[in-house]
Design a protein around this ligand. Structure first.
Ligand SMILES: C[S@@+](CC[C@H](N)C(=O)[O-])C[C@H]1O[C@@H](n2cnc3c(N)ncnc32)[C@H](O)[C@@H]1O
Length: 284
């Protein structure tokens, strides 16, 4: 089991370094790919006008801006993230869109002193904690009277061909990799619904409702096959595998990836199935 403090230190470094900067660079593409998820999370969380919302791991603010619009000028969103470059991008986008009811704050959701909110939400921002029980207990303390939590996380890799197809395509060019540790902090940490329930229960949350969210994600974002390949090699597991590989390995792996994605091309789109959990809970 990894040392939680080391996990948190690695996350801080990743999201403020290569990971955060790449997310900023790729944000408009990522937002288009994930737009159906944003719509689904909004419908599931059902923010109310005038409400106070906490968006955890807000990144560049894709969902934050939608929650801010939904709660209106009488409501407010506090958007927290450990990543300075992603927060700066979120703030820039809010200013450009004339959205003034968001407070952007660089903080670790696991330990930060937080206010009291009616709705705690997150799009893929809650799976990276070194000590998830402590983190969700901290969020529990931020639940105001009658508060609810609603977030989205990934189901297992095997249910996510949008990620698995690229990974399999490049894997054959690389040495065998260690087997993924179940529930380990990272993208697929909350794939197992029983584990999600255990973490929430230990942190003072009621047994969660988990709804399946199955979507076809356009990893080309309507921008064609080249952009689908660029997106797959720049973000996520494929990027971390390929980043330090020799040029010849990188180009052979990218050629295989391109071939694998071409099989799913439909004009300017490359749509592949994605599987998520929409998770809702309230203080126990
Ligand atoms: C996969 S990104 C999702 C970003 C954004 N919600 C979106 O959907 O575009 C995960 C985000 O969680 C943030 N994050 C990771 N650990 C965190 C922590 N302990 N506290 C706050 N934010 C964290 C990262 O910096 C990153 O912005």
């Amino acid at each position: 089991m990894a040392d939680p403090r080391q996990v948190d230190a690695d996350m801080l470094s990743f999201w403020n370094g290569h990971g955060g900067h790449t997310w900023v660079e790729r944000q408009s593409h990522t937002d288009l790919t994930l737009a159906p998820m944003t719509d689904a999370l909004l419908a599931f969380a059902a923010p109310r006008p005038g409400e106070k919302v906490l968006d955890v791991g807000c990144g560049c603010g894709a969902t934050t801006l939608e929650f801010a619009r939904a709660v209106g000028p009488g409501g407010a969103v506090e958007a927290i993230d450990i990543s300075a470059p992603m927060l700066a991008e979120g703030k820039r986008r809010a200013q450009a869109a004339g959205i003034a009811n968001v407070a952007w704050r660089q903080a670790d959701a696991a330990t930060a002193g937080l206010g009291a909110y009616g709705l705690l939400t997150s799009a893929f921002g809650l799976m990276f904690f070194g000590d998830p029980v402590a983190a969700f207990a901290n969020l529990r303390r931020a639940a105001g009277p009658g508060a609810r939590m609603a977030f989205v996380c990934w189901r297992a890799l095997a249910e996510n061909p949008w990620m698995e197809v690229p990974m399999n395509a490049v894997a054959r060019h690389l040495p065998p990799r260690p087997k993924a540790v179940p529930n380990a902090p990272g993208m697929f940490a909350f794939a197992d619904p029983h584990y999600v329930g255990q973490v929430l229960a230990a942190a003072g949350w009621a047994p969660p409702r988990l709804d399946r969210l199955d979507l076809d994600l356009d990893i080309a974002a309507g921008r064609g096959l080249d952009e689908a390949v660029a997106q797959s090699t720049k973000i996520g597991a494929v990027n971390s595998w390929l980043r330090n590989q020799p040029a010849e390995v990188f180009s052979a792996a990218t050629a295989s990836l391109r071939q694998a994605l071409a099989a799913h091309q439909d004009g300017a789109h490359v749509r592949l199935p994605a599987a998520m959990w929409l998770v809702a809970s309230t203080p126990a």
